[in-house]
Ligand binder design. Structure first.
Ligand SMILES: [Cu+2]
Ligand SMILES: [Zn+2]
Length: 177
């Protein structure tokens, strides 16, 4: 039981461990994945959603992206068909909030931390979503689905409606496992 409590306390720290599968990933259930592609159609990453004890964690790893700090969000439609990925709609926001974790009126369910892409084009991001699995799975797996989107610049965590993050450079449809 001690081991279990430690998992609950620090899923993000455990995700940060090197290796193929972390302790957290072993204990958690994968509920969805997304193959993320850039505007040329090249595969530039994978996102996985896990549930453990009612919490949902999003973990994404990227390769082949331009270096720098990039916004990552869940968008309201699982549709990456438009060339500029605007088909994915705005941020997933079932609660009717404004954008940004630093916004007193925020935040969207889809607001995720920025990812830092290294000079070699790689980077990882992991975070626990606000809300419980029971509360948010209907929003993620709704009729039009959900996408994970990477932007050309960083999210300022404040500017409504999208964090002033610039254009969309990569997109993946969240698919139930
Ligand atoms: Cu976005
Ligand atoms: Zn947002």
């Amino acid at each position: 039981m001690l081991r279990y409590s430690a998992l609950l306390a620090s899923p993000i720290a455990l995700f940060a461990l090197a290796g193929c599968q972390t302790v957290y990933e072993e204990a958690a259930s994968e509920i969805a994945t997304a193959q993320i592609r850039d505007r040329s159609g090249a595969n530039v990453g994978t996102a996985r959603l896990y549930s453990l004890s009612g919490e949902v964690t999003v973990s994404a790893s990227f390769t082949g992206l331009p270096a720098g700090t990039k916004a990552v969000h869940l968008h309201t439609a699982g549709d990456c068909s438009a060339a500029d990925f605007t088909s994915a709609g705005g941020h997933l926001n079932p609660g009717g909030h404004e954008h940004g974790t630093a916004n007193p009126r925020g935040a969207h369910l889809g607001d995720l931390p920025n990812v830092t892409i290294a000079a070699d084009g790689s980077g990882t991001m992991s975070t626990v979503l606000r809300g419980t699995l029971e509360g948010i799975s209907d929003d993620i797996f709704d009729a039009d689905g959900t996408a994970i989107v990477v932007h050309e610049g960083p999210d300022d965590y404040r500017s409504d409606p999208a964090g002033a993050a610039g254009g969309r450079i990569a997109c993946g449809v969240v698919t139930a496992s």
